[in-house]
Write a protein that binds this ligand. Structure first.
Ligand SMILES: [Zn+2]
Length: 137
């Protein structure tokens, strides 16, 4: 069970750097990844393969989801979000992103050319979240 009291999440700087590196490595295709969370903190990032191999859409293999969920739980975390990139549009969710969002308690991160935005998507509507960062030690 996760209870959201605030529309904000916290992401360590080193994970944001990792997201952007993955984004760059996958360009011009959309990059995809999964997020481990603990409460409203993103605790890990698992880069995965975009099964679509597409510049305008992404999908993640169900086996990758299970593997990453097991890994998160082994560390006392949970699989709590997904990230993908928009190589040629803004960090706003696309219509497809809105209609395909499944788990309403997940964090949806979208990166675009070095920018990052976070959302919850509930019943096809996106709520933008404030992103707090934790500087690298
Ligand atoms: Zn998208």
């Amino acid at each position: 069970m996760s209870v959201w009291r605030r529309n904000r999440i916290t992401i360590p700087d080193h994970l944001i750097d990792a997201l952007h590196r993955h984004e760059q490595a996958c360009a011009p295709y959309e990059a995809a990844g999964l997020l481990a969370t603990k409460g409203d903190v993103v605790t890990d990032f698992y880069p995965v393969t975009n099964q679509n191999g597409s510049a305008t859409s992404y999908s993640i293999d169900g086996g990758d989801v299970l593997t990453c969920a097991d890994r998160a739980e082994a560390f006392g975390e949970r699989l709590g979000g997904v990230v993908h990139s928009h190589p040629s549009s803004s960090t706003a969710p696309s219509e497809t992103d809105l209609v395909t969002a499944a788990a309403s308690d997940w964090i949806y991160l979208i990166t675009s050319r070095g920018e990052l935005a976070a959302y919850r998507i509930i019943k096809g509507r996106a709520v933008r979240l404030q992103v707090l960062t934790i500087p690298a030690e």
